[in-house]
Design a protein around this ligand. Structure first.
Ligand code: AP5
Length: 218
């Protein structure tokens, strides 16, 4: 099965597209942000190490994230179902480490899907408007997909919460960090002939069709 990376700025729609791809085609969705947030929530030793960087919108050290991804790549389920990695790699050091981990596991990276946009205002609206259900983790948006009942999840009625790093100042810092540390990966993967560029401003289901067609998913 294939291995894909979703690359793009905070709010670019990586998580939204990965969820649609999982539902439609059964691919695993491996989000390093979700994994790290769960470690923070459970107050594990890793969670305690990364809580502060995540809270201020900085990247977690490469070696910590690398260890998280190495553990996931060792799982048999990846070979059976294939996966979309969301939020990794995020620095050139991680991209090189990823190449090594894949080679060691006998796996190969098929494509890198870039959710491309320069529209910072839209990204800030998506990030500050995002709400996550405290019960079922469904995601909605106060601007783009508002809940039917204010403060309540449409799926399970659970309480909607804002991610701690989705306040405007922290969202802006995350976008700055993306431009500085992650954007160089666009060229890195372009040079390897792996990059598929999508317009992140488009609607989620349109993006799903486009990516399915381009990758030949069925
Ligand atoms: P992470 O959780 O990966 O956050 P991110 O990359 O900043 O991405 P987001 O989840 O904010 O955005 P997204 O592109 O997934 O957008 P989404 O689809 O949710 O990382 C968080 C932190 O963890 C990092 O800051 C860092 O500290 C740490 N970390 C994680 N990985 C790391 C790594 N590899 N190295 C080091 N540190 C790491 O959409 C956002 C909103 O917009 C939603 O409300 C959604 O409904 C809406 N929306 C999405 N698409 C559309 C659309 N097409 N139209 C309308 N609305 C849309």
């Amino acid at each position: 099965m294939a291995i894909y990376v979703l690359l793009g700025p905070p709010g670019g729609g990586k998580g939204t597209l990965a969820k649609l791809l999982r539902e439609r085609f059964g691919y695993l969705h491996i989000s390093t942000g979700d994994i790290l947030r769960e470690e923070v929530r459970r107050e594990t030793p890793l969670g305690r190490q990364v809580r502060d960087c995540m809270g201020r919108g900085a990247l977690v050290p490469d070696e910590l994230v690398g260890a998280v991804v190495a553990a996931r790549l060792a799982e048999d389920e990846i070979r059976r179902r294939g996966c979309f990695l969301d939020g990794f790699p995020r620095t050139l050091v991680q991209a090189r480490l990823f190449e090594r981990l894949l080679a060691e596991a006998g796996l190969a990276l098929d494509r890198v899907i870039l959710m491309a946009t320069d529209d910072v205002d839209r990204l800030i609206k998506r990030l500050t408007g995002r709400r996550v259900c405290g019960q079922c983790r469904a995601v909605c948006n106060l601007v783009y997909s508002p809940p039917r009942q204010p403060g309540r999840c449409d799926h399970c009625g659970g309480p909607l919460e804002q991610r701690g790093d989705d306040t405007e100042p922290t969202a802006r810092e995350r976008l700055r960090v993306y431009a500085e540390q992650t954007e160089p990966l666009v060229r890195f993967y372009e040079e390897r002939g792996l990059l598929l560029r999508l317009d992140a401003a488009r609607e989620g289901l349109e993006l799903l069709s486009e990516v399915s067609l381009a990758l030949g998913l069925s």
